[in-house]
Design a protein around this ligand. Structure first.
Ligand code: XMP
Length: 530
């Protein structure tokens, strides 16, 4: 069987660039598997990885800084094609006897390229009047994204120039044997025009990859692995209705059918009709075995009187584990716990030695359970970026609406009801949130925001309703735009839409008489209110 990971992959050595993850994504977008590893990866590990090509990322250091990371010698020993980006290019240039110097002015942001020469080698841009010769005539990226302090001032003898930026800086070099190239700009960044084409040319043209990394290829691979690992055993999965666990459920269902049991815990802090929708999609539509556990009373009774957000999170997390464990024990022959860990969680946990994303994620799901219950872990999405998870989900037949859902925190409405959580508050919030989401969907704004939700404020304010005065609760609406959820801007929602949502919530939800819109960015605010 063709294995889209084993059979062809690109190694990305990380020299500290903020864009390293983007490089990995761009390579995968041209359908070749890529992995990010530290620049100090050992020779044995690089040999064992067996890449078709290596990309050296940029980095924020200067190659002359004391202690700045050097070119990993194993990179050259392997004899596979190498592409150096920014700092990676400086390393190549210096190693082969060229010169790198600090620029007079640091260059950040857009720049324009000028093609320089024609070279009869197969990569990357064998230019004839600005066109690539060899892979069909392609214009060199014209507008590119620069972010550097140093630049190459003398090209090594074994290299040749193929592009300059309009202020005369060496922007692209290629070795005379055509095996190595370096670019000063960042082809992985969207602002670089046709940057993906350059990545494509490197990966397919120079490294000779065929493009095995397709959603179908990935699904087949993960199905084969899951079947082989699991054998006749049973697997349990905490299904939340979020994208990752949903895709794991659909994938494993296809792989092992009735050997998979999903446990869906209704903690009383879900959105309106959420439990029914999850059951309709998985149990009725896909035929997945799902145990729905109604545990609202247990969660809400433990939360009674608790106002501290972290305390609330802990109670919800612990209670979840308890309920999940009870249910898991009822299922005979369970040996595996499946989880929706994805590649960014893995990268982050490798990068930070303290609070890792994986432990955070497992905390919100079923942290500590695998060891406690003697279960082995099955993580079929461990190699995938979020957009790849989505593609696979669609390919597996999950509804687009589920696949494009905004993130929903593990503690659910528990952190969107400020202070004490009460059923009465959760019911009001569910209704208001459902109206908000419906209006966002129908107006096409849901798809334009990255996360949107309503928050319940347990304070009462005065209003006029008909002839009388009302004294009721407040709901705040939040909608944000973000790339990574680390920083976020508030979404500039049209005023007419806001007015319609507010009107509907106040008219239709008895108990709410005031609606506000949150215009705080992150930082200083957070996305959630608790
Ligand atoms: P903040 O509020 O920290 O949120 O700006 C960043 C992202 O993380 C989500 N979030 C959580 N997710 N458990 C989760 O599973 C939590 O306790 C939690 N708190 C915040 C939040 O919804 C946003 O997407």
């Amino acid at each position: 069987m063709i294995d889209p990971i084993h059979d062809e992959k690109i190694l990305i050595l990380d020299y500290g660039s903020q864009y390293t993850q983007l490089i990995a994504r761009r390579v995968r977008e041209v359908q070749v598997y890529s992995e990010i590893h530290p620049h100090s990866m050992s020779k044995e590990a690089i040999l064992a990885f067996n890449p078709k090509g290596i990309i050296l990322s940029g980095g924020h250091r200067s190659v002359y800084d004391p202690g700045a990371p050097d070119l990993n010698p194993a990179v050259l020993a392997l004899g596979v094609p190498v592409l150096g980006i920014c700092y990676g290019m400086h390393l190549l240039a210096r190693h082969y006897g060229g010169e790198v110097k600090p620029s007079q002015t640091r260059e950040y942001g857009p720049a324009t390229l000028w093609p320089d020469a024609l070279y009869p080698v197969p990569f990357p841009n064998f230019l004839k009047q600005g066109h690539v010769v060899g892979f069909g005539a392609r214009p060199l990226p014209n507008k590119v994204w620069m972010s550097h302090g140093d630049h190459v001032t003398q090209i090594p003898n074994s290299f040749q120039l193929f592009a300059k930026s309009d202020n005369g800086i060496v922007a692209g070099i290629v070795s005379k044997d055509g095996r190595m190239a370096g670019v000063q700009f960042h082809p992985e960044v969207n602002h670089t025009e046709n940057g993906e084409q350059l990545i494509h040319d490197f990966v397919h043209g120079l490294c000779g990859c065929r493009g095995l990394w397709t959603p179908q290829g990935v699904i087949e691979r993960e199905i084969a692995i899951a079947r082989q690992k699991v054998g006749q055993d049973h697997v349990i999965l905490g299904l939340s209705g979020g994208v990752d666990s949903s895709v794991v459920a659909a994938l494993l269902h296809r792989a092992i059918g009735s050997q998979l049991t999903c446990i869906f815990v209704d903690n009383g802090l879900l959105r309106l009709n959420e439990g029914d929708e999850v059951m309709a999609t998985f149990a009725q539509h896909l035929g997945v075995k799902v145990v729905r556990v109604g545990a609202e009373e247990r969660f809400l009774s433990r939360l009674r009187g608790v106002t501290d957000p972290e305390q609330k999170r802990k109670i919800i997390g612990h209670t979840f584990i308890e309920v999940f464990e009870e249910e898991a024990h009822k299922i005979a022959g369970v040996r595996w716990l499946a989880q929706g860990t994805i590649y960014p969680d893995v990268i982050e946990s490798a990068g930070s030695k303290t609070a890792t994303a994986t432990t955070i994620k497992s905390h919100h799901n079923v942290g500590g359970l695998p060891e406690k219950m003697g279960l082995a872990l099955l993580e079929p999405l461990r190699e995938l970026f979020k957009d790849e998870v989505r593609q696979i989900g669609l390919e597996l037949g999950l509804p687009p609406r589920m696949i494009h859902r905004h993130p929903f925190p593990g503690p659910g409405l528990g952190v969107r009801i400020l202070g004490e959580v009460r059923k009465e508050f959760a019911d009001l919030l569910r209704q208001a949130d459902a109206i908000y989401m419906e209006e966002l969907y129908n107006s096409g704004h849901y798809q334009k925001t990255d996360q949107a939700f309503a928050v319940f404020l347990p304070v009462k304010s005065v209003g006029v309703m008909g002839d009388g005065r009302s004294y009721e609760y407040v709901v705040a609406l939040r909608a944000i735009e973000t790339k990574d959820y680390m920083t976020a801007a508030y979404y500039p929602m049209p005023h007419e839409l806001l007015a319609r949502i507010a009107r509907r919530i106040i008219n239709e939800v008895q108990g709410i008489n005031r609606v506000t819109y949150d215009i705080t960015s992150k930082p200083p605010g957070t996305i959630e209110w608790e």
